[in-house]
Design a protein around this ligand. Structure first.
Ligand code: PAF
Length: 281
């Protein structure tokens, strides 16, 4: 497995790969890889001839006071994990390679970014779409892989791909969970033992939503109220949002119908966790 830091080296290697007609699968990440990422690498391995994983903690998707400086980083460990899954190339550019002095171009998807996490983290999705557009241009992948845990991110990026006529296949794979249901995330590392125990309430609240909806409840308000009261039982939990929206466009729902996304963001101390489930009503 090669580890490459420079755009020019990446282009040289991938130029050769493309010349051979190999199919390139790409998994963009911010590193500190966990089973969620590795499930994406495994899918990319199965469905492509050459697998690229990027590891780049993208400063422009973090707001002021967010965890850019503290975000966990361990390139050596990531390389071992990715290599064990059959990754062919890690691209881990320094910030200056992605955003040299004078950098001035940004990609923005409207509407889908104005709700849920977009409403609470101004500029976040503009940072995500910009870096992912750059990475797609650098890697020119045939297929790309993202996790359902970041449901809004996946939807926003899929829209970018469609709107900008990017020629690639977009895959969204299921959320991978710990034994108690907590969605895997690099940020779980920040949790104290008590916060970690309490954080299992997030998935329990999503399962409660599913149980209520399958039992016939159709009022979004009632389902959200039940989730909020469950989460409130965890002492350190502070709800950022609990929402039920239309899965295709993230517009709010009052009466539940069709494909629904039940999504939440909850803080445990300084750590903000997100999770969601998709339900067909
Ligand atoms: O999901 C992530 O880790 C990041 O938002 C991504 C897609 C790699 C862009 O920096």
């Amino acid at each position: 497995m090669q580890v490459i830091e420079r755009n020019s080296d990446l282009r040289t290697v991938l130029g050769e790969v493309k010349k051979k007609g190999l199919r390139v699968g790409f998994v963009p990440t911010m590193g500190f890889l966990h089973e969620g990422h590795l499930s994406l690498v495994r899918a990319a391995r199965q469905e492509n001839d050459f697998v690229v994983v990027s590891i780049f903690v993208n400063p422009i998707q973090f707001g002021a006071g967010e965890d850019y400086q503290d975000y966990p980083r361990d390139l050596e460990r990531d390389c071992k994990l990715a290599s064990a899954e059959g990754c062919d190339l890690i691209f881990s550019p320094p910030v200056i390679e992605m955003y040299p002095p004078g950098y001035a171009t940004f990609v923005e998807v409207e509407n889908l970014t104005e709700t849920l996490c977009g409403a609470r983290r101004p500029g976040h999705f503009r940072g995500v779409t910009t870096v992912v557009a750059k990475l797609f241009n650098l890697v020119a992948p045939d297929q790309v892989y993202f996790g359902q845990k970041d449901a809004q991110q996946a939807l926003v990026l899929k829209k970018m791909v469609t709107d900008l006529n990017m020629d690639l296949q977009f895959h969204i794979l299921p959320t991978i969970r710990e034994d108690d249901g907590l969605a895997m995330s690099s940020r779980n590392k920040y949790l104290s033992p008590r916060q970690r125990r309490e954080a299992a309430v997030l998935y329990r609240s999503l399962q409660e939503a599913e149980r209520l909806i399958q039992g016939g409840v159709r009022s979004a308000q009632d389902v959200k109220a039940a989730m909020v009261s469950l989460i409130a039982g965890a002492e350190e939990a502070e709800i950022d949002y609990v929402e039920i929206v239309q899965a295709a466009n993230l517009l709010p729902l009052e009466r539940l119908q069709g494909a629904c996304l039940v999504a939440l963001a909850v803080r445990f101390g300084k750590t903000r966790l997100i999770d969601n489930i998709l339900l067909e009503v």
